[in-house]
Design a protein around this ligand. Sequence first.
Ligand code: SAH
Ligand code: SF4
Ligand code: F3S
Length: 440
Amino acid sequence: MNKKYHIITYGCQMNEHDSENLAGMLEALDYEHTDSPEQADVVVMNTCSVREHADKRFFGMLGQFKKRKMKDPEFIICVCGCMPQQPHIVQEIKESFHWVDIVFGTQTIAEFPNLLRERVETGKKQFCILANNTEISEEKNPKRMHPHKALVNITYGCNNFCTYCIVPYTRGREKSRTLREVKQEVISLVHDGVKEVMLLGQNVNSFKDAEGNNFAALIRALEEVEGLERIRFMTSHPKDLSDELIDCFRNGKKLCHNIHLPVQSGSDVVLKRMNRHYNRERYMEIVKKLRAACPDITISTDIIVGFPGETEENFQDTLSLVREVEYDSAFTFIYSPRQGTPAAKFEDQIPEKVKHDRFDRLVEAVNQCSMKKNAEYMDRIVDVMVDGPSKNDPSAWSGRTDTFKLVNFTSEVPLTAGEIVPVRITETKTFSLDGEKVTK
Ligand code: SAH
Ligand code: SF4
Ligand code: F3S
């Protein structure tokens, strides 16, 4: 009987894609996937360290595996992702979590099969972490989560050093793949049945390959791929959002009318202390240009409250920005100090109570916007790409519009993932739309 593996993934889509690659490697070694960590011979924890909450969940989960390990020494526990990229975390694992077998980082993923083989053959613990690899090792055989849509890395790492953020320390300096290599990968994905690609990077619009191709050139090149229906990307940084990219929204046929454009704060003072390199006026100018080029574009964002030194007045600026932009949705975060980042050492940290109070008010403002934007879809007929049966109601279907709205809908005929069908919207909610499939 084949040995079994289970992967637990925290964090962003870059980690999700890394987990797809890890699953591909394990299956190449004849391991079989299991949904249950209890039945797995190998458990991989692909970690995130963007906020303290993520750290805590990880250490809690690691503690749970101790019991099993004490009974069954052949059970293998692997830790990878962003947490072990920080030396103090590796130290902590060595000192307090001695039952962990294999530890590797974001830049040594390709080493995983060797590390696992070594551990199995010699019984010795394996640690393999690199601070900043110059080689890009893209695994070519991931086990993808969906048949019809694929995650595609285009850049690795980040050079921006926003003062609150750990990512530049865990993912290393920014590196771009080449346009040619990315296009080739997309062509072969389409050949395998993929209809939609999500281009991934911490700051995709600073993509620049060795031949001088920029992100807009990459989008234009992918527009030409026959059989590809939709192109998405995330995340883009406002400071690098060019007019050339806005033209791609105006002229493209496949580039989806949706953008995730993290603003972080509506206050110029806070933006400066965050090292974001744009101000509110510049951000609003981009929003207006995007809407002029592409009137139905939907916009989502990331916002942090309680950044060190944020006054009530600064926070009010964030609230007013949310209302001015009218975001379709937003990920909202309470500032969490990260060891090794400049902001963690800023003296004017905000009390927890104040942070939570601002967070609640922000969420209310964001939800009001989401509800209002979704209400505009009432009675409209929209094209939905089917993802599969709806999670909450297996007799209904679920999918996304080009503008990334989640739609749950009924259909009298069975559907397949990746199909694009017309759906009439019959009810609008804060986070989703309901509808019924129609015949056009
Ligand atoms: N590269 C992406 C974001 C990566 S992290 C970008 O720049 O847009 C995702 C989000 O987590 C960030 O946009 C930010 O809003 C939030 N975040 C990052 N560090 C944080 C911290 N220390 N505390 C709270 N939120 C944080
Ligand atoms: Fe972090 Fe800023 Fe880089 Fe995004 S752009 S990953 S927030 S440092
Ligand atoms: Fe987390 Fe690393 Fe992504 S810190 S958000 S998994 S880049």
